[in-house]
Write a protein that binds this ligand. Sequence first.
Ligand code: G3P
Ligand code: CA
Length: 252
Amino acid sequence: AKESFIRKAGEPLRVWAHRGGSSAAPENTAASDEVARRARAEWIENDVQPTKDGVPVILHDTTVDRTTDGTGAVRNLTLAQVATLDAGSWFAPAYTGQRVPTLAQQLDGLRTRGGNLLLEVKGAHTQDSVARIVQEIRDRGMASRVFVQSFEPQHLRWMRELAPELPLGLLRSTLDADPVAIAKDLGLSAYNPSDGAFQTRPGIVADLHAAGVAVNVWTVDDAGRWNGLEKAGVDGVITNRPAELYGWNTAF
Ligand code: G3P
Ligand code: CA
């Protein structure tokens, strides 16, 4: 059986650092990883998309425009082109020279320095691009330290077929009529709603827990709200502010 991601009584919320420590450093870069690591966040969330030549890279938007000094859709750029981009100066001059990491570099960094990866399969993927992600994880022996999430059920179906050992989470910005049914269908370890969606039906926690499925809520940057979610029984929060919020909860 796969590891359960349901929080045990007395345990603190699990913290997943959204795009790294992205309130303090440019998202999805080595710099934001470092912030998350210093905050003792055990999990870093990154988004992964393929380049034109099929290399999985860590980028949130479908284009490089917002978070680099380049322009264009990542699927139309080769790795060689993406590798020249500056992914830090948009955030602050001190971060000039940060790069768009490849998934391989990201996994190598985590393997060397510690930590785990919540990997969001983002944007347009094919079964082949999902297979490439699986290969890079397995080549590095990192399967036990990666959790995969996606808004797209098809991405999770491919992932389950290709890598049954990886735990899966379904992202949702509105709740499904029957979250337990979809969780069972996809073989989910977690159901991950936005906070807005979660508030429409907090009772999903009990239903999903009864089915062995954890609930992680995103993106929560307010300490008071963490407290409320802990009381509501959720298992984890995906946050931009792991550094500030870890300090809030003395259990950490
Ligand atoms: O992990 C939750 C969150 O990452 C989903 O939304 O847009 O930040 O990828 P987004
Ligand atoms: Ca994401």
